[in-house]
Unconditional design. Structure first.
Length: 113
């Protein structure tokens, strides 16, 4: 299936089985017009392999919202012209932020009980 995908999106937790699950072998099998999107967990995509794939034109581009190291330290990857990099915003919805506030308030209140 990876050979036919136009977009490959990561939607898996980080685990020993998923760490580096997308690397050199997978990029070599993908279409040159394909895009990789990782909003799951940093480390699921091998970032060094992704940089090679972008540099060598093995894929058309990528988007990352998560990184192996946060904040990201590989500025060559983050600033790559074929990469859209966002600062871990996947959970930054209005609803998620309200819930974070509610949970924080609950914890503070519970400490004073």
């Amino acid at each position: 299936m990876i050979e036919q995908a136009d977009y490959l999106t990561m939607n898996v937790p980080m685990s020993p089985e998923t760490k580096g699950m997308i690397g050199d072998d997978q990029f070599k099998r993908m279409k040159k017009t394909a895009y990789v999107i990782n909003t799951a967990r940093g480390g699921v995509v091998d970032e060094a392999a992704l940089l090679r794939a972008l540099d060598e034109g093995l894929i058309a581009g990528a988007a990352l919202d998560v990184y192996t190291a946060e904040p990201p330290t590989d500025w060559k990857l983050v600033k790559h012209p074929k990469l859209v990099a966002t600062p871990h915003l996947a959970s930054s919805t209005k609803e998620a932020q309200i819930r974070v506030g509610e949970l924080t308030a609950d914890k503070v209140i519970n400490e004073f009980k």
